[in-house]
Write a protein that binds this ligand. Structure first.
Ligand code: SIN
Length: 281
């Protein structure tokens, strides 16, 4: 295999061409893929025809694969590491989490050890007369940090955000047991990437419900201003899905948002895997 890396020319992301995930990846090729994720924050691999086992195996090359709380209801038989994001119903029951991720966020920021990376594999993409719907947007948190004025950088130095699982609007009700699993946690608002050392903003509305040491009003207006800065068009790439796409994002460098601009009979089905991460610093 020889890889071609094609940056999106938007605020974040690169397409990697020349990879067939059906075949095992040797260490050198995987190292190139991982380095591209480190550099570009989001990687896109088109036209993949992989089984659930092959997706789990590719995910596991990035680290331990998590079992998401949604897998209880929407896991794939035999592959609990994959859970379905979908608006499709079968026999009157949803087969996946509908409307997942409709607000800007980064995965598992409410956990002590948020996810390192997330992978989505597009199985069905909704469309309207040939126009694909249900895009996902990605924003570059490192570029957002780097372009802040010095006064704001100084203000944020050492600040910690409070992240609360209950803050985000979710696609379906969450059990009390799952909520109890995730008590509020504190993470630095300016996060250092554990592999590259690059700094990025780690803050968003809803999940981040406060800032340690600041009054609520001041905290919420700062959170809102930073959230708006991160998602300025200059830092954003909007991915238009095609069946067979495998997209991986780094949850330290990227925030994302799913566009819920479709409804049945337009069907959307994604296989999602999540790679465990470390404590933010
Ligand atoms: C998510 O936020 O995990 C889902 C994103 C998407 O479905 O596009």
């Amino acid at each position: 295999m020889s890889l071609e890396i094609v940056p999106t020319n938007a605020g974040i992301g690169a397409e990697i061409r020349g990879v067939d995930l059906v075949r095992p990846l040797d260490d050198a090729i995987f190292a190139e893929i991982e380095a591209t994720l480190d550099t570009h924050g989001v990687i896109i691999l088109r036209d993949q025809k992989i089984t659930p086992e092959q997706q789990v195996a590719f995910s596991a090359q990035f680290g331990d694969v998590a079992i998401n709380h949604n897998a209880k209801d929407f896991g794939i038989d035999g592959n609990p590491e994959i859970y379905l994001i979908s608006n499709i119903t079968e026999s009157g029951r949803l087969i996946g989490t509908p409307r997942a991720g409709s607000e800007w966020h980064t995965d598992m920021c409410y956990a002590k050890q948020p996810a390192r990376a997330t992978m989505l594999h597009a199985i069905e993409v909704p469309e309207l007369n040939g126009l694909a719907l249900g895009d996902t947007q990605f924003a570059n948190t490192a570029a957002a940090w780097e372009t802040l004025p010095d006064a704001m950088k100084r203000k944020l130095d050492g600040l910690k955000g409070v992240f609360d699982f209950r803050g985000r609007k979710r696609g379906r009700p969450i059990s009390a047991e799952t909520i109890a699993q995730y008590p509020p946690v504190e993470h630095p608002i300016v996060r250092t990437h554990p592999r590259t050392g690059r700094k990025g903003l780690y803050v968003m509305r809803n999940d981040c419900t406060g800032i340690v040491g600041l009054e609520e009003d001041e905290a919420l207006s700062l959170i809102g201003a930073l959230a708006d800065h991160i998602t300025r068009p200059a830092f954003v790439y909007r991915h238009r899905w095609r069946v067979g796409d495998v997209v991986v994002w780094d949850n330290c460098t990227a925030q994302h948002q799913a566009m819920i601009d479709y409804d049945l009979p337009q069907r959307r089905l994604m296989w999602r895997t999540t790679v465990k991460g470390s404590v933010p610093f």
